[in-house]
Design a protein around this ligand. Structure first.
Ligand SMILES: CCCCC[C@H]1O[C@@H](O)C[C@@H]1SC[C@H](NC(=O)CC[C@H](N)C(=O)O)C(=O)NCC(=O)O
Length: 221
């Protein structure tokens, strides 16, 4: 079968969680990086962006947009979505929590410079008081290796991605979360994820001013 093809900027943004999920499943994918406004407008003109927005993923003969829809489709396809409805809704809750946290981080580079410090402080505060305590408690209460059904799932992938992103902002953020520290080591050592974390993979670096300017220019906001 043809490899999935991802259309997005050469950076993390909303596409990075999709890259993580494909990598965790050991599925190779192609990427087309939007470098110019023209490329973006061509996708729109060709009617490939349902609401005029990226991420766009071409997979299984479909042109999928809406990040959450794409992630849910791929999680189900790769059997990362629990064994039944009750496990799936827990995975959805945990995933939505990590996506909320990661969206704050994703939007930070687009903040006005004078707001950067305040935004960073707010992200770290939310991570340490709202999100990480919840996942520490889940791991403590269930005493299992994974967040749901003691089986590796989409929720584990998203949590690892979120942990690494917050650690990029503050390396000692897990000092009060010993179970999350062990979780990070455990999940990072899953072979497909270990490979994705090595240099040379399709994982994107943290967003910088160049990325923020590129996106602002292409989207003209
Ligand atoms: C201040 C805004 C900063 C974020 C802008 C983009 O840079 C990325 O890092 C995040 C977004 S992605 C690009 C943006 N896409 C979305 O907002 C998609 C939202 C959708 N619900 C999804 O989840 O896929 C885009 O195409 N906008 C064009 C425009 O709406 O006309």
């Amino acid at each position: 079968a043809a490899k999935p093809k991802l259309y997005y900027f050469d950076g993390r943004g909303r596409m990075e969680s999709i890259r993580w999920l494909l990598a965790a499943a050991g599925v190779e994918f192609e990427e087309e990086f939007l470098e110019t406004r023209e490329q973006y407008e061509k996708l729109q003109r060709d009617g490939r962006l349902l609401f005029g927005q990226v991420p766009l993923v071409e997979v299984d003969g479909m042109m999928l947009t809406q990040t959450r829809a794409i992630l849910s489709y791929l999680a189900a396809k790769f059997n990362f979505y629990g064994k039944d409805l009750k496990e799936r809704v827990r995975i959805d809750m945990y995933v939505d929590g990590t996506l909320d946290l990661m969206t704050m981080i994703m939007l930070a580079p687009f903040q006005r410079p004078e707001k950067k410090q305040e935004t960073l402080a707010s992200i770290l505060q939310k991570a340490k008081t709202r999100y990480f305590p919840v996942f520490e408690k889940i791991l403590k209460e269930h005493g299992e290796d994974f967040l749901v059904g003691n089986k590796f799932s989409w929720a584990d992938i998203q949590l690892l991605e979120a942990i690494l992103m917050v650690e990029e902002l503050n390396a000692s953020v897990l000092s009060d979360f010993p179970l999350l520290k062990a979780f990070k080591t455990r999940i990072s050592n899953i072979p497909t994820i270990k490979k994705f974390l090595q240099p040379g993979s399709q994982r994107k670096p943290p967003p910088d001013t160049h990325y923020a300017n590129l996106v602002s220019n292409i989207l003209q906001f």
